[in-house]
Design a protein around this ligand. Structure first.
Ligand SMILES: Cc1cc2nc3c(=O)[nH]c(=O)nc-3n(C[C@H](O)[C@H](O)[C@H](O)COP(=O)(O)O)c2cc1C
Length: 443
């Protein structure tokens, strides 16, 4: 089964190796920012710990799709199918157990990213949890603030992991065992941001589209599972009786989220490969935004398919922080389709703030084309859908972040059908095969 290393070998030509010993304090974050959305950044020796660090692995859509050996359309169908039919992962040992020790967070090159950060943050960690004595499981990304050499503050938004902590508290439990895995193949990383029905392990969902090849291993210090070919796994006790101040953290928006009391995780063990690579992920960078947004696209695609048959693509845009903006391209058959499509998009992803719908001749992943469609096909007095006082994301600094209330705006940038369609056509320059070859030589 593919792991992070095999993926990095495959994409050497998209990797920048920085042989200077950059520091985990701001310097590696600055390098990730410089090549954001373009290159994978590999630092063979981080200054303080002499450990290898990699970041930006899932930095653009093309690389994620190539890495998964799929296309957008296939990915959506496969993810929908896989979510409905999870397959239990195999259990066994793997390279992550080359070193098993008590561990100390200060020996790990955990990055401090931004001026104003309260400390180093683990940002690419996937948390696995299993209900004690039961069958419910969950897998999700969570940022962890390093509090000292053995304690972390974990941000848990009220979703599935939160629900599991609440029911454990009601049963009188004081702590829950968790594994936090870092250094994974992009397909396995997706498990951290997918949503399966409550209680279903997202590792089993990913295992379906990996053809049953995902192997998990039992942790040595806690009752939890983790990918056997991860680079490093932190084994922890998620405390239900202890909280600490978490934040301020630079979230998807690139602005600071508020500080909150959040649960503490005690580190009780570490498993890692002999020469492990620490996986970094720049908060608010393209990778963060794509990993948040892309797994939401299949559901939007599915909802829109219920309204119009031919959907060209769905783009939870990186500029819209992978969370607040969505563009959908589809074949319009009736003049009234676009507003129904907009309503379907908003229902599929309630955190959304703005959605744009475009005709099938517009590439939804090319924002210059999308803007062109708005400029040439949209009329503000007729083609707008306004939904005031509605639930939006808490991450929108312009909204009421506590009540999660804001205004949704839908933009219909499709051609009006009653007007002569010729006037909306993009002009073309004739191109022969020979001319194409000649021009390719110069690109
Ligand atoms: C890079 C990254 C970091 C994330 N950090 C957090 C976090 O700190 N807390 C949180 O609750 N969700 C976080 N999320 C979102 C959840 O992991 C994601 O919504 C997941 O699908 C939730 O799982 P669930 O549906 O099983 O509850 C993050 C997602 C990504 C991609």
């Amino acid at each position: 089964m593919s792991d992070l290393r095999s993926f990095l070998r495959k994409y050497q030509d998209e990797t920048i190796t920085i042989n200077e010993p950059l520091s985990r304090n701001f310097e590696i974050a600055a390098a990730l920012k410089k090549f954001d959305g373009e290159k994978i950044v590999f630092i063979p020796e981080e200054k303080e710990t002499k450990t290898s660090v990699v970041g930006g692995v899932c930095g653009n859509r093309e690389r994620i799709l190539k890495g998964l050996e799929t296309t957008v359309d296939d990915l959506y169908l496969t993810l929908i199918e896989a979510t409905k039919n999870p397959i239990k992962c195999k259990i066994g040992d793997g390279p992550v157990k080359e070193v098993v020790k008590e561990g100390n967070l200060s020996d790990i090159p955990i990055l401090t990213h931004f001026k104003g950060d309260p400390g180093p943050y683990i940002t690419s960690g996937i948390v696995y949890i299993k209900e004690p004595g039961g069958n419910l499981e969950n897998v999700s990304f969570h940022r962890l603030l390093v509090l000292d050499s053995s304690r972390m503050g974990i941000r848990i938004v009220p979703r599935h992991l939160y629900r599991m902590t609440q029911s454990a508290k009601e049963k009188g439990l004081k702590e829950l065992d968790v594994s936090i895995s870092l250094g994974l193949h992009p397909a396995v990383m997706l498990a951290g941001s997918l949503t399966a029905p409550f209680g279903v392990s997202e590792f089993d969902v990913v295992n379906n589209f990996l053809g049953g090849e995902l192997k998990l291993t039992r942790c040595e210090h806690v009752d939890a599972l983790a990918p056997s070919n991860a680079e490093i796994v932190l084994e922890g006790k998620l405390r239900l009786d202890k909280t600490a101040l978490e934040g301020p953290f630079v979230d998807l928006s690139g602005t600071f989220d508020v500080r909150r009391q959040q649960p503490v995780v005690d580190l009780v063990g570490v498993m890692h490969r002999e020469d492990y690579i620490y996986q970094a992920l720049l908060p608010s960078g393209s990778e963060h935004r794509l990993l948040m947004g892309l797994p939401k696209e299949p559901r939007i695609w599915d909802y829109v398919r219920g309204i119009v048959p031919n959907v060209r693509g769905v783009n939870m845009t990186v500029g819209g922080m992978g969370w607040l903006h969505c563009v959908v391209s589809f074949e319009k058959f009736r003049e009234g389709d676009p507003k129904n499509v907009l309503m379907a998009i908003f229902s599929a992803h309630p955190s959304l703030k703005h959605a744009v719908v475009v005709d099938g001749d517009i590439d939804p992943y090319d924002m210059e084309q999308v803007e062109w469609a708005i400029a040439t096909r949209f009329k503000g007095d007729e083609d707008i859908l306004l939904v005031p006082n509605v639930r939006v994301s808490s991450l929108d600094p312009a909204g009421d972040q506590e009540k999660e209330l804001g205004c949704k705006v839908g933009i219909d940038a499709t051609k009006p059908m009653f007007k002569d369609q010729e006037g909306f056509k993009q002009a073309e320059i004739p191109m022969s095969k020979e001319l194409e070859k000649i021009l390719q030589k110069y690109s």
